[in-house]
Structure formats: C-alpha cells, structure tokens
Design a protein around this ligand. Structure first.
Ligand SMILES: [Zn+2]
Length: 463
C-alpha cells in the first residue's frame, strides 16, 4: 500500500487545492457534521450526505476499506429539539429517536454507506465538560452566571477559517447581547437549564452544552485531537466550524483541528432560495416519494460539490432517463472485477470532480454500445464507486413513484373529459376514463356538493 495517492482536495483553510496526505496512512480520519434531529431533513441536507459518501468511498478505494474512519454525529440536544417536542406534546427522546430513524432511512435510500461511527451528543457530555475545563484552566474560557463562555480575544488567530473581518464578527455576535459575556464575540460553551429543560450536572451547575462544543467533543473522542478531514455545508464555516477550531485547538494546544476543511456549496430550488415561506421547501422524503434515491444522488453529483446547485424537476427527469439507459448495461457486468478507468480515478482524485467523472461514464456508455471491450464492465465499476447501480435491474425497472411520472396535465384533461361524459350521461365513456386513469395509478374520488349538486373530482396516486 502506497501512502501517497494523487488525491488533491480543496482546503477552505488555505483556499487552495492541496495534495492530500493523511497523518496516519493506516487510518484516514474524517468527521462530518450530522443532523440536528428535530424535523425531516431537507434536500439541502442531502448534499453533504452524498458528497462525503462519495469521498468516503474514494478514500476506501485508495487506502483500503479498513483504513478509513468516517464519523458523522447526531445532534440530539438542541433548543430547536426542546421547542419542537413541546409543540408536539411528545418527549424529547421520542422526537429525537423517531427523527433519527427517519434520517437513517433517508441516508440509506440515497445510497449512502453507514459511517463507521455515528456518535450522539447526549452520550458525550463528559467529554464536553472535560474540554471546557481544559479551556477554563488555560484561560481560554470563563464561567459566569451558570454559563461557560469561550473567550475569543484569548485566541490570537481566531477567525482563520472564515477570514471574516473582526467588525463583521462582532456585528454577528451582538445578536446575542448578554450581561455574562465579557467580550462581544465570546460564545457559549455551556448554559444553564431550567427544570423542564434537559440538563446535566456540571461544575457550572445543571445545564446543557452549546452546539459548537458537541462536535469538538465527539471528534476528539472518536478521531483524536487532530485528524485529517472535517466536512460540512458552506453555511457551517462561520460560526460553527470557526468555533469548533477555536475550542479544539485551544483545549489541546494544537496548530490545527483538522488538516483539511471541506465545504459543499448551497442548494437552491428551481432558481430560488429554498424556504418554507416560498413554499418550495423540499424534504428528502418528498424527493424519495417521486424518485429513486439513486436518481437524487446522481443528479446531485452532476454539479461539482463546491458549486451552488439548482435543484430542478427537469434535471431529475433527465437524470432518471440517463440512469435508465445505463442500468441494463451496468447490471450485465455487476459481478465483473473490472478496474476503474485511470481517467475516471484521476478526475475524481482532482478534488472530487464528479461532473467530469460522469462525463467519463457517458463515454463508457457509448463505447459499450459500440462494442468496445471492457467499456460496459468499466461503466459498472466506475458507477459503483459513485454509489450507483446498487439495485438489481428488476427492482430498478419496477420502481414506481408515488406521484412523479404521472403527467398531471394529462390526468386533469382526462378528468375533464370524464365530467363532460357524465354531463352527457355517457356512463360507459365515464367508466372507461376512470379505468384508464386507474391503469396510470390514479385513483379518483368523486364528491357532490350537497347544496348545488355540482360534481367535483379529486385524485390521488395509488401506492
Ligand atoms: Zn459540527
């Protein structure tokens, strides 16, 4: 096993692409910030899941599966969780357990391998307290009013990841003005809990951790004081990752927390920022009702992970069509031991250039059609490295959406034709249209307005 491959990764810390060399080639260590389990994960959350799954698969290919350790945490203590549990009238435990179970199913459906460890924040309170105690002992944190706070001015090179000007950081931090804060930019490590809030005993009284300290504690426990790769969405650079770095480096006296910091770009939907108020908020569940998870994965990988992605129904349709064409050939070679194409491996090792890798798959597909030797087997092997072709052909072809694939306009036209037929008392035609819709998987529900006698028809997709 050679220790240096041609893997190059863009490092947010240095703002450059760097040759990747693990601290210990016998164990490549990667940490990715996981979900806060209070609600369904949205399609933006699917992006780091898929991107870092591909990186995990590539690292396993390069270093050997047993030489890579991937840790993705579960944040199961957070004020959003407390609020949602209260709103729904269920226990915090019930909310976090069910939400996590849904998240795990989503990740599985998107074709992601399980990380090696999925630590839970609530099981690492002792490590959090230990780090905070180290920080207080070394003058990087202080206790005040039941809180423990990180003293930002105590760290000379705070801000090196986000490279934000100090006045901008102060403006951001001033959102939380509090009497117990000594400095404007100081952030919470520990805060007191009321009796009805989850809490743990600590040297600063009964309380609960701030969000940032959770990741410092869990990465330390499972990967050590310094590790190779830390990943997450670009929105986490400041303040979350900046503060993780501050905590870990100051607690352990290390020059870096992780050597390489990787961030995936934003996701927007049909050209607009996704938001609940705009009504274009899409959960992973919504996508999985309409498309196989592999289509979502493939669609995501067509854009380079650092670029913003525009999530559109048209692109999903095209992704499905392309995979439909490739599947029969890829599955023909499902058991072949073909090697990856060197070009494919090279572009993937160039900062995970999945769009170029997919261009290569397209070339392999047309070569396979032309009867070029090994092309089909390589299509299968390269696709597998991206997490594609995980289903057998029968399952793939037999997949039916809960709603997509149904041409809503065509359904509405048929419903209108049926209403016309009924108005003309042409019952045979009305029944024929009903059966035609049923064959499309569309179930009609007629209802008559009790006062006007007017007939209306709703429809739903029959599962
Ligand atoms: Zn984190």
């Amino acid at each position: 096993m050679s220790t240096l491959h041609n893997l190059r990764l863009y490092n947010t810390l240095s703002r450059t692409k760097e040759d990747f060399a693990p601290i210990d080639p016998g164990k490549v260590r990667m940490y990715v910030c996981g979900p806060t389990v209070y609600d369904y994960a949205h399609i933006g959350n699917a992006r780091p899941l898929i991107v870092f799954d591909v990186l995990y698969r590539l690292l396993r290919h390069l270093y050997g599966a047993s030489h890579v350790k991937y840790v993705r945490n579960i944040t199961d203590v957070d004020d959003k969780i407390n609020a949602r549990a209260a709103e729904r009238g269920i226990s915090i435990r019930e909310l976090t357990e069910t939400t996590n179970a849904i998240f795990q199913e989503d990740a599985y459906s998107l074709g992601c391998l399980d990380p090696d460890v999925q630590p839970r924040a609530t099981e690492h309170i002792a490590e959090m307290i230990a780090i905070i105690e180290k920080l207080i002992a070394s003058g990087h944190a202080y206790a005040a009013d039941g809180h423990a706070l990180f003293s930002v001015p105590s760290m000379a090179d705070y801000g090196g990841l986000s490279r934000r000007p100090l006045d901008e950081m102060i403006a951001g931090a001033r959102v939380e003005v509090a009497p117990y804060k000594k400095g404007d930019t100081d952030f919470v490590l520990w805060k007191p809990s009321k009796d009805d809030e989850p809490g743990w005993d600590s040297p600063w009284g009964r309380g609960r951790p701030g969000w940032h300290i959770e990741c410092s504690a869990m990465s330390w426990k499972h990967l050590g004081e310094t590790f190779d790769i830390h990943g997450g969405g670009i929105d986490l650079v400041f303040p979350h990752h900046e503060n993780e770095i501050a905590q870990s480096r100051c607690a352990f006296g290390s020059g870096v927390m992780a050597n390489v910091w990787m961030h995936n770009g934003f996701l927007q939907v049909e050209g607009q920022k996704m938001s609940k108020s705009l009504g274009n908020f899409i959960t992973i569940r919504d996508v999985l009702a309409d498309w196989p998870g592999e289509v979502a994965r493939f669609n995501m990988l067509k854009t380079h992970y650092r670029q913003p992605i525009d999530w559109t129904a048209a692109a999903l349709r095209e992704s499905k069509r392309e995979l439909d064409r490739w599947y029969p050939i890829a599955k023909q070679y499902a058991d072949s031991e073909a090697m990856l194409s060197p070009e494919f491996e090279a572009v993937l090792c160039d900062d995970l250039n999945t769009p170029e890798a997919i261009t290569h798959l397209r070339r392999l597909y047309s070569e396979a059609l032309d009867g070029v030797a090994f092309a089909g087997a390589r299509l299968a092997a390269c696709g597998r490295l991206l997490g594609l072709f995980q289903h057998d052909l029968g399952a793939w072809n037999g997949w039916r959406p809960a709603s997509a694939g149904i041409d809503e306009l065509a359904v509405q036209r048929l419903i209108n034709a049926r209403i016309e037929a009924r108005n003309a008392k042409n019952w045979a035609e009305s029944d024929r249209i009903r059966d035609e819709l049923l064959a499309m998987g569309v179930q009609l529900m007629d209802s008559k307005d009790p006062t006007t006698g007017e007939l209306s028809t709703r429809w739903e997709v029959k599962l």
